[in-house]
Design a protein around this ligand. Sequence first.
Ligand SMILES: Nc1ncnc2c1ncn2[C@@H]1O[C@H](COP(=O)(O)OP(=O)(O)OP(=O)(O)O)[C@@H](O)[C@H]1O
Ligand SMILES: [Mg+2]
Length: 257
Amino acid sequence: MDDTSRSTHDAGQPPLVRLTDVNKHFGALHVLKDINLSIQRGEVLVVIGPSGSGKSTLCRAINRLETIDSGTIEVDGKQLPEEGKALATLRADVGMVFQSFNLFAHKTILENVTLGPIKVKGMKPQAAKELGLSLLERVGVESQAQKMPAQLSGGQQQRVAIARALAMQPKVMLFDEPTSALDPEMINEVLDVMVGLAKDGMTMVVVTHEMGFARKAAHRVVFMADGQIVEEADPETFFTAPKSTRAQDFLSKILTH
Ligand SMILES: Nc1ncnc2c1ncn2[C@@H]1O[C@H](COP(=O)(O)OP(=O)(O)OP(=O)(O)O)[C@@H](O)[C@H]1O
Ligand SMILES: [Mg+2]
């Protein structure tokens, strides 16, 4: 993306996702420490940091797969509901793609994508099918629509998982290390789909160590360590001139591999 498209999100609008003073413990372990973070509409945010720094917990808190102990998380101006129908509605606004694709093994690829729109959104089967096929086409696996997940490669399955999340027409998409379980030759086909989404203006939070993706698509990189946001910058600045010693150490380690 060039610099003009990077700055297209409207700074005058309220953020799509806003975390304010968010704290989370697992027992004695303080995993999110006073997190303050806003994600603008159309922004692509890459979250990077050592294992155990709280990246997954942060994502899971944003769609309330994890509760938080204090602070607030708002999506599109609304605070995260505790439970019930309001929570289901909010979950539909926040799409999530995990490291393990978790497709429904006994349903076809197309059924995997249409199930959510039919069950959760009450969409008519025919409309869901049309939507599903168009999304499978968008991620490049339309020819696999009638197959079962086990018949697809890991890269194809992950692209189906992205289509499945998109089928709920989310306002923001969270990706938690979407390529780290894939064989190397399949990483790019998934990243290409994500770059395409970013270009289309999707708001995205992406936990990844793929610097190529960050450089190509991210507006901002957030570096986490020990449950805190230690540093944030545009990708070029972060990867070429990290300020904190934590980030310098981390980058020197991942760059030597
Ligand atoms: N359900 C849980 N119960 C107890 N501790 C947990 C739980 N989930 C995560 N943790 C701990 O919280 C800390 C943060 O975990 P988290 O998974 O968010 O880190 P991460 O940055 O995503 O790490 P990785 O890069 O390995 O995926 C870790 O110390 C982890 O062991
Ligand atoms: Mg994680």
